[in-house]
Design a protein around this ligand. Structure first.
Ligand code: ZN
Length: 459
């Protein structure tokens, strides 16, 4: 077996070619949400399939779906070696507001060590750096160190369901020992990080009704039910000013963090509290102040109201007592909880807390499970060691507040540990004008992934 140094030299020597290819791919405007870009999305899928073929993948194809195609490639070298499934997405976000781009969004441009283009960080460069790492093994060692399956989708930015359906229908075909996803960012160019947890989500609608029709407040004010007021009381009974969610079953189900995680959150070496205040433009954080900010975002549940509709909000005055009101309320859930079970707990709490004289109906609009991977898992250990070797600093383990539904799906359907090792940076402007990806991160990313692959085989 060649050494890591030989592979790293190969990656350095061939970097400009990898970047050139990446720019070619980036120039294809694969915006999945806009129907007028359907052919471009298809072209981007074909491009990466052809790239896999050129790399020597014995199997590489596009798979038609009801939406945009999936791209699948596999190279199985030895059934005694582990199998890694790599997931990424080749579609990109729309570009508006277009006037704020310094160079056209699909004219990839290199400035100050960065590649500017829509889709650079999210997710094409991060796919390309994995392909470069695989190529280094193929060219330098003559073979991949383990079995590789690659599954890329073109609907991630459009919320498409094709990949979820495919994964659910083909668990045997996709069987692997670990999943690698490079679609997140590190906390700082000098501080690598690994995402070990994502919260789940339960999005609901609360509909409250009172009298059979709207009423006049002169004639009925003081005796009539008022659904808007009842909704406000209900919501504040579900979560008071102290930020504590009053659902006893949920409170009892919050996982206990490890001692190391607890210490990291308490010490807050990344200054998350100040960073969050700056990002939001606020003086202080609200909510459960006795818990550190990263614990509240990463581990604890959150209940948020997204909108309330009802009654009169036009210009001037109208003395109506509305017959009904609606609120959109969501919960972010600790990993491990089943959203449907939490829905039943919430329903019970709502029934108990709705003020008398009102009817309430709770609907589940959508939900997704959270995800957590143990640090002492060998795949996470291999990723951490590879990051430390490339960056000279051990990674921090982060739980992110948002949800990546596909990660939870790999975890629950395929029962395969997921490694979320991203090389983006916080200022990459993903989903915004002037999206970029750092060339230095690209180079370090190729070496980290090549090293990671080797560690999976030797462990
Ligand atoms: Zn992405």
């Amino acid at each position: 077996m060649a050494t890591a140094t030989t592979r790293n030299n190969y990656l350095d020597e061939n970097q400009s070619r990898f970047i050139e290819q990446l720019l070619e791919w980036l120039a294809i405007p694969s915006i999945s949400t806009l129907p007028e870009h359907k052919d471009d999305v298809r072209r981007a899928a074909d491009w990466v399939r052809d790239k896999l073929v050129a790399m020597g993948f014995p199997e590489a194809k596009t798979i038609a779906t009801e939406g945009h195609p999936l791209v699948y490639g596999q190279w199985l070298i030895d059934n005694k070696r582990p199998t890694l499934l790599f997931y990424g997405h080749y579609d990109v976000q729309p570009v508006d507001p277009i006037d704020e781009w310094q160079t056209p969004p699909f004219q990839p441009t290199i400035r100050d060590g960065n590649i500017y283009c829509r889709g650079a960080s999210d997710d094409k460069a991060q796919i390309m750096l994995v392909l470069a790492a695989l190529e280094a093994w193929i060219k330098v060692d003559g073979a991949l160190p383990l079995n590789i399956k690659i599954l890329l989708e073109g609907e991630e930015e459009a919320g498409g369901a094709s990949i979820a359906r495919y994964v659910q229908e083909n668990p045997e075909f996709l069987r692997a020992d670990a999943v690698l996803i490079c679609d997140t960012h590190m906390v700082h160019p000098k501080q690598p990080s690994l995402v070990t947890g994502l919260r789940g989500v339960l999005y609901t609608e609360l509909a409250v009704s009172g009298a059979k029709t709207d009423l006049h407040s002169g004639s009925y004010g003081g005796v009539a039910p008022n659904p808007i007021h009842a909704l406000c009381i209900l919501i504040s009974r579900l979560k008071g000013e102290d930020g504590v969610i009053q659902i006893p079953e949920l409170a009892a189900a919050i996982p206990i963090p490890s001692a190391a995680e607890e210490l990291f959150w308490q010490e807050d070496p990344l200054h998350a509290k100040e960073a969050l205040c700056t990002e939001m433009g606020v003086e202080e954080l609200v909510g459960e102040k006795e818990y550190p900010a990263l614990e509240r975002i990463g581990l604890r549940p959150a209940l948020e109201v997204h909108g309330i509709r009802g009654g009169f909000t036009g210009t001037g005055a109208k003395t109506v007592i509305p017959a009904s009101a609606i609120a959109k309320v969501s919960l972010r859930l600790p990993a491990g909880l089943e959203p449907n079970e939490v829905f039943a707990w919430l329903e019970k709490a709502v029934d108990e807390k709705i003020p008398g004289g009102h009817k309430v109906r709770l609907s589940n609009l959508h939900s997704g499970k959270g995800f957590y991977i143990e640090h002492d898992n060998r795949y996470i250990r291999a990723a951490a060691e590879a990051l430390e070797s490339a960056y000279g600093t051990a990674p921090v383990f982060m739980r992110e507040g948002g949800s990546i539904p596909i990660a939870a799906l790999f975890d629950t359907v395929l029962k395969t540990p997921v490694v979320l090792m991203g090389f983006g940076l916080p200022d990459d402007n993903i989903h915004a004008p002037n999206e970029k990806f750092s060339i230095n991160q690209f180079n370090k990313g190729t070496k980290t992934v090549a090293d990671f692959l080797g560690r999976l085989t030797s462990g």
